[in-house]
Design a binder for this molecule. Structure first.
Ligand SMILES: *Cc1c(COP(=O)(O)O)cnc(C)c1O
Length: 490
């Protein structure tokens, strides 16, 4: 069967008079006089006239034109694209949860508030923090929230001169962006050759204008920052707070806790570590945790447990204010809590070692053909600086596109900015040995092709519904509807 037959726009399948429905007779016409003239249609709507099988095949095929973790291996470094267990979705979709309204009185949603409380308590335990708010909608939104907590803390101490946030040069772009949005100046801290923070450079940048130091551990090149205790001591002595970007918490789950390392504030990306979907910009969740003494600055509203064991929604005057409409993306919490409870503490502690093992396995089986600028062992992810043999002219972008022909999503490319040809691979713990082996085989075959028939790699992908979009044009003028496409084709 030629599935491309159904790839056209649904409107292009239209044939006058064809239909895929049969409705009972109606007698709406006798009500026509009751509607104002201005509300009546003058022409029939321009809907496609199609039969049911065409509609079903069109949408079923379209649903697989995008790559997803349910269709294949997705080693997108930094994004932790682990498999999302279906039991999470089944629970989130149950009627008793999906039919709730956020503004229901607290006594009618005790179960939902308990779920919020249970998840924030579990995250507090996992992160080594005193309390979490689940309200922020994403990791970046969590960063902003955490930095506003830090600002509120300094202001509460009449220490308003702290207007600077330190960010390592390996940091994710959201770190400096969030600091700027929170009204801070950003000062970059250099990395050493092994990708970890240069403590001497940090020392030279510490003074009484520093509000906080943001760090990711393991960092964005997959290296564990061994000097955290020393760094935390220096920052604290200078009067600043330590912010932990928890996007890379996965390899440390149940093994090491940011709170024990000296971090004061942290966020967690539920859509990374806790197996909730990453989807087209949301819904996500970026819960923020704080150490003891900072709870009063967390955003409103908060879920509190009363002395009699019941739950309530509370507002506090010392809070930084609201960061989201109400209590955030609730069905995301259901999925994350389902994941935590279905694994249990012992199995959560196996996630990190497995993710680390998988990353080191792939790294070691590819490092003879891809350039490894920072020798391992790595944690959950690692970075190649493109192919080892640079003479073929085959770039990281070409390798990434060729992988699509073999049914794999590309790794993260051209990030981190520390190398010119970054290719950042994060297999996660949910992949089987067979999947990893077939990915390794594809990566090795691409390296062979680069040497023997480089044009095959440079012209990839050959087998996708869309093959060579103009990247710049696509970013500047994205086509997001069929009307845009029709306008373009005219
Ligand atoms: C993904 C990521 C972020 C941003 O998180 P979002 O949920 O995408 O907003 C921040 N820092 C690091 C290191 C990340 O990998």
């Amino acid at each position: 069967m030629n599935r491309r037959l159904y790839d056209k726009l649904i409107f292009e399948h239209s044939h006058p008079g064809r239909s895929g429905y049969s409705l009972p007779r109606n007698d709406f016409s006798r009500h026509v006089g009751e509607l104002p003239e201005s509300c009546l249609r003058k022409e029939a709507p321009a809907l496609p006239e199609v039969d049911e099988p065409t509609v079903v095949r069109h949408y079923t095929n379209s649903s697989t034109n995008n790559f997803g973790v349910d269709t294949g291996f997705y080693p997108l470094g930094s994004c932790t694209m682990k498999y999302n267990p279906k039991i999470n979705d089944a629970l989130a979709a149950s009627r008793s949860i999906a039919a709730l309204h956020p503004f229901q009185p607290a006594d009618s949603v005790q179960g939902a508030l308990e779920i919020y409380w249970e998840l924030q308590s579990a995250l507090s335990e996992i992160g080594g923090m005193s309390e979490f708010t689940l309200n922020p909608f994403a990791g970046a939104h969590g960063e902003l929230t955490g930095l506003l907590v830090i600002k509120a803390y300094h202001l509460s101490r009449q220490d308003a001169g702290r207007d600077t946030v330190l960010v390592p040069d390996s940091a994710h772009g959201t770190n400096p962006a969030s600091a700027a949005v929170a009204g801070f100046k950003v000062v970059e801290v250099k990395s050493l050759a092994d990708g970890t923070v240069d403590v001497d450079d940090l020392r030279s940048k510490l003074n009484d204008s520093v509000a906080a130091m943001m760090m990711t551990n393991p960092n964005t090149v997959g290296m564990f920052e061994k000097n955290i205790p020393a760094i935390a001591k220096l920052v604290h002595e200078a009067g600043g707070l330590m912010y932990y970007d928890g996007a890379n918490l996965n390899p440390m789950l149940g093994i090491a806790r940011p709170g024990d390392m000296g971090f004061d504030v942290m966020h967690i990306n539920l859509h990374k570590t806790f197996s909730t979907p990453h989807g087209g910009g949301g819904p996500g969740a970026g819960p923020v945790g704080v150490r003891k003494g900072l709870e009063q600055f967390l955003p409103n509203p908060r879920v509190v447990k009363k002395a009699d064991g019941s739950f309530d929604v509370a507002f506090e005057d010392t809070s930084l204010g609201r960061i989201s409409g109400w209590l955030g993306n609730f069905t995301v919490y259901i999925r994350a809590l389902a994941y935590i409870l279905s694994l249990g503490g012992d199995n959560l502690a196996k996630v990190g070692p497995l993710a680390t093992l998988n990353a080191n396995y792939v790294m070691n089986r590819l490092k003879d053909v891809y350039l490894l600028p920072i020798a391992g062992p790595c944690k959950h992810e690692f970075v190649f600086d493109g192919l080892k043999d640079k003479s073929t002219g085959v770039t990281t972008l070409n390798v990434a596109k060729r992988l699509l022909d073999f049914g794999f999503h590309a790794p993260t490319i051209y990030f981190p900015l520390l190398f010119h040809e970054s290719l950042m691979i994060e297999p996660t713990e949910t992949e089987s040995r067979e999947t990893l082996d077939s990915f390794i085989e594809a990566m090795r075959r691409i390296a062979d092709e680069a040497a023997e028939t480089p044009e095959v790699v440079k012209e990839a992908p050959h087998d996708t519904p869309v093959s060579h979009p103009d990247d710049t044009e696509a970013a500047l003028h994205p086509i997001t509807s069929w009307q845009d496409l029709c306008a373009l084709q005219k």
